[in-house]
Ligand binder design. Structure first.
Ligand code: PRP
Ligand code: URA
Length: 213
């Protein structure tokens, strides 16, 4: 895959360790859910190191009053792509408990792999916030591209997209379609199979999170 200025592939050893367990078909639904949350928290920490919205507050220590910089919790909106993106929400809420959550519902048509949008509910004022769009799987890139376009059509200007596992074709597609969006992927897998599943991947993230298979 080409190098893209707007793409960061973490390859962090702690995240790689957790992804190894996540991939294992014997990993239970409970453990899968917990791992997705933990990985998301680590990814959020890394993806925001270039800047988190902050605000100044006055703090009175036992000795004097000083001005301190704190995270502006409510300047971030989390937007999961349903269903599997839901599994990543708590991983960000651990760091930003006051972040509002918007939802974009999409499913891929199994034959064409083209995403269909079936739901969209976003918090008011989202256009001025930093939007953290999340989905564990970036396969063909169709869902992410459409979700980003939907957010842009609603006026969002600052969007970061986080996926746990990416396929090269999907990462390239999102990077090229939306060069103004920062894309964070924990690990880049080999390719897609004939059904649009990531190899080696982890299977269907939604089914593994919610026990639907
Ligand atoms: C999965 C996944 C992404 C999408 C990725 O969702 O969670 O949203 O596929 O594929 P793409 O990059 O080729 O668009 P799916 O459509 O299976 O819906 P689900 O989360 O409800 O299971
Ligand atoms: N969606 C998934 O859940 N898994 C894949 O491998 C591809 C798309």
């Amino acid at each position: 895959m080409k190098n893209y200025e707007n793409v960061v592939i973490f390859n962090h050893p702690l995240i790689r360790h957790k992804i190894a367990i996540l991939r294992d078909e014997k990993t239970s639904m409970k453990e899968f859910r917990e791992l997705v949350e933990e990985i998301t928290t680590l990814m959020t920490y890394e993806s925001l190191k270039d800047g988190v919205p902050t605000t100044e507050i006055e703090v009175k220590t036992p000795l004097e009053t000083c001005t301190q910089t704190v995270v502006a919790d409510n300047s971030i909106v989390i937007v999961p792509i349903l269903r599997a993106g839901l599994g990543m929400v708590n991983g960000i809420h651990v760091l930003f408990p006051l972040a509002k959550v918007g939802h974009i519902g999409m499913y891929r048509d199994e034959a064409t792999l083209i995403p269909e949008t079936y739901y969209c509910k976003l918090p008011q004022g989202i256009e001025n916030k930093l939007v953290m769009l999340v989905d564990p799987m970036l396969a063909t890139g169709g869902s992410a591209c459409d979700a980003i376009q939907l957010l842009k059509d609603k006026g969002c200007k600052h969007i970061k997209f986080m996926a746990i596992i990416g396929a090269p074709e999907g990462v390239s597609k999102v990077a090229e379609t939306h060069p103004d969006v920062n894309i964070y992927v924990s690990t880049l897998d080999r390719c897609l199979n004939e059904n649009g599943y990531i190899l080696p991947g982890l299977g269907d993230a939604g089914d593994r999170l919610f026990g639907t298979k």
